[in-house]
Design a protein. Structure first.
Length: 617
């Protein structure tokens, strides 16, 4: 505070110095015949006209006082003088130090120049900062004294405070302005004999406002997807627009007129003048174009996915707007025809008794050329008619088993007998328990998985029953033709064996076959397996691992399960031929040990194999 009073003292000294300088204004001699007096008066601080100024000429000889009119344009007053008289010039104004000038000698032309100082009272320090960055900015301060209609303009500095002296008591209004910022006003009341330091350091807020645009469908009241917003100033220059989560944001200065334009596919464009709502949210409603939809005639036909033959079915086409009733077709007239709008999403549902339901989306993007070909919908049968034939594992002759049961989850299925064959309906992907009994043959008990058939051959399954072992009785000691007739007739067996077997060696059984995706052994496999039986019987120390392998097609877990069961089936065949189970180690590897890349059908065939590995010899 002491610094402020010291500063006031310095200012007071400066004002007095200026006043003294003004009192000593020089007089000039005119060449004219009249004696002229010119009194020039200006504010000592701002070099402008002094408001409320009164200039009085006092004639000391006659005692008469005459007010002199003051011209604010020339900042002066003019009159004529009597050279024989003596005069006093009195200058007064509210808030200013009075001025007196005695003229004891009148010249042809007399000029009095007055720098009228204000009465030093209070002062104010002026500065401005940016509200967002808090950094100092240059500002203009407009200081108004409404009582005298005086206005002072002070240009503020960036780094230093600017000082303004209140020259007279009264209520002052100060307004701070800066380009690009909103103005700030403040009022100061200065007392009659007040000597005080004030400050006015406003934080100016940038003169911009953020507005949010929301572009919605007028009917559905939902956000219009992929809308584009443009905002232009009055000179048609684009204003930066940002988009976040379906909304648009734009920063606009407080001054100026702006327009906007919203466009979107399938909508009518919207243009208009940009209002400035107090909520700062501008909602733009867009109307979808009313166009006649383009349609396309289309036909469907249902076929059995296995037989590829037309079947009777029920067709239904639904869209988000409509649900249609079902249309029923027959095998004789299988086509279902209808008309669809292009680029409209539908869902096709097809059903038929004995088949799995079909459901899929369908959208027509472009017209199709004539004639229109029916689109085929393949329905998967819920079950397939499978035929099991029962054969003697040695003679390969048909057998009519005394007992044949096949069931799922403990429930037996209905069978149809046809000679030695049994017909039954099986569903793909399910596991079935099969039990077959016949006197003189080993009991057949297996759990089989029925895979989706690839062709008609997969619908016929052959099951081999192995005869039970019998001990031959000695022939009666009689000579008769019956002994000759009772002698068995057998096919000549393969006398070859697997030779030069070394420990760790893997031998591929190339002539061992199974039904597709099954572990039912085919009869073509018996000769090579019998060769392995003979090899094992000739070498009692030979112990082998029976290894099953698959390719990488399908589920890895199912492949592992299939390979293990195939190895067990071969092990059972060998043990039924008299090989001790301790010498046989069945093991499945699934798809984990390929011998070739699974990139071609030939390589996949190499990976689908059964081999035996020598463990001991």
């Amino acid at each position: 505070m002491k610094k402020w009073f010291l500063l006031l003292s310095v200012l007071l000294a400066l004002h007095q110095s200026k006043a003294q300088k003004g009192n000593d204004g020089p007089g000039t001699t005119s060449a004219l015949g009249e004696n002229i007096l010119v009194v020039k008066v200006i504010d000592a601080e701002i070099n402008q006209a002094v408001p409320g100024l009164k200039i009085v000429l006092q004639d000391e000889t006659t005692g008469q006082s005459t007010p002199l009119p003051y011209d604010s344009k020339t900042l002066s007053a003019r009159t004529t003088l009597d050279p024989t008289h003596r005069y006093t010039v009195a200058v007064d104004a509210p808030g200013y130090t009075p001025y007196r000038k005695y003229i004891d000698k009148v010249l042809k032309e007399n000029e009095v120049g007055v720098h009228l100082p204000r009465k030093v009272q209070s002062l104010v320090a002026l500065a401005a900062t940016d509200k967002l960055t808090q950094k100092p900015i240059a500002a203009t301060f407009k200081i108004m004294l409404p009582a005298t209609r005086q206005t002072f303009v002070v240009e503020g500095k960036v780094e230093l405070d600017t000082l303004f002296v209140f020259g007279m008591p009264g209520t002052y209004q100060i307004e701070a302005t800066s380009p690009g910022y909103r103005p700030v006003k403040k009022e100061f009341v200065i007392g009659e004999k007040e000597l005080k330091a004030h400050t006015f350091k406003p934080s100016l807020e940038p003169a911009v406002t953020e507005y949010t645009f929301l572009i919605v469908d007028k009917e559905q009241r939902s956000v219009v997807p992929q809308a584009v917003l443009k905002v232009l100033d009055e000179n048609k220059n684009p204003v930066n627009v940002s988009r976040t989560s379906g909304k648009f944001a734009v920063l606009l200065p407080d001054a100026g007129n702006f327009t906007y334009e919203a466009i979107a596919v399938e909508y009518q464009p919207v243009r208009g003048a940009l209002d400035r709502p107090a909520s700062r949210l501008i909602e733009v409603e867009m109307t979808r174009r009313r166009t006649t939809p383009q349609t396309q005639t289309i036909a469907f036909v249902a076929q059995d996915a296995f037989t590829r033959k037309p079947i009777a079915a029920r067709f239904r086409l639904n869209s988000p707007e409509t649900n249609t009733s079902a249309t029923v077709t027959t095998a004789a007239n299988p086509e279902f025809g209808t008309e669809l709008e292009l680029k409209k999403a539908y869902r096709l549902e097809v059903s038929s008794e004995g088949y799995a339901d079909y459901s899929a989306p369908i959208t027509l993007d472009a017209p199709e050329s004539e004639p229109i070909k029916p689109r085929v919908v393949f329905l998967e049968p819920a079950a397939y008619a499978v035929t099991f034939t029962i054969l003697d594992a040695v003679t390969m002759k048909p057998l009519d088993p005394a007992s044949f049961k096949i069931g799922e989850a403990g429930k037996n299925l209905n069978l149809q007998s046809q000679g030695n064959a049994r017909n039954v309906n099986l569903a793909p992907g399910k596991r079935y328990d099969v039990r077959i009994g016949q006197p003189g043959y080993e009991l057949f008990e297996r759990t089989l998985t029925f895979d989706k058939p690839a062709g008609p051959n997969d619908l016929v399954k052959s099951i081999l029953l192995s005869p039970t072992k019998t001990v031959a009785k000695p022939a009666p000691n009689v000579a008769s033709s019956l002994a000759v007739q009772s002698a068995p007739v057998t096919e000549k067996a393969d006398e070859s064996v697997f030779e030069n077997l070394k420990r760790g060696e893997a031998v591929r059984l190339d002539n061992v076959y199974f039904d597709q995706s099954s572990y039912i052994l085919r009869a073509e496999s018996y000769p090579q397996l019998d060769k392995l039986v003979k090899t094992l019987k000739m070498n009692s120390k030979l112990k082998i691992e029976i290894a099953g392998h698959t390719d990488n097609v399908g589920d890895a877990r199912l492949n592992q399960y299939l390979s293990e069961n195939r190895a067990r089936v071969i092990s059972s065949y060998l043990s039924n031929k008299g090989i001790a189970k301790e010498r046989l180690v069945p093991k499945g590897y699934g798809q984990t040990k390929p011998v070739a890349a699974n990139d071609t059908e030939e390589n996949k065939a190499q990976n689908r194999r059964v081999e035996f590995v020598v463990l001991e010899n």
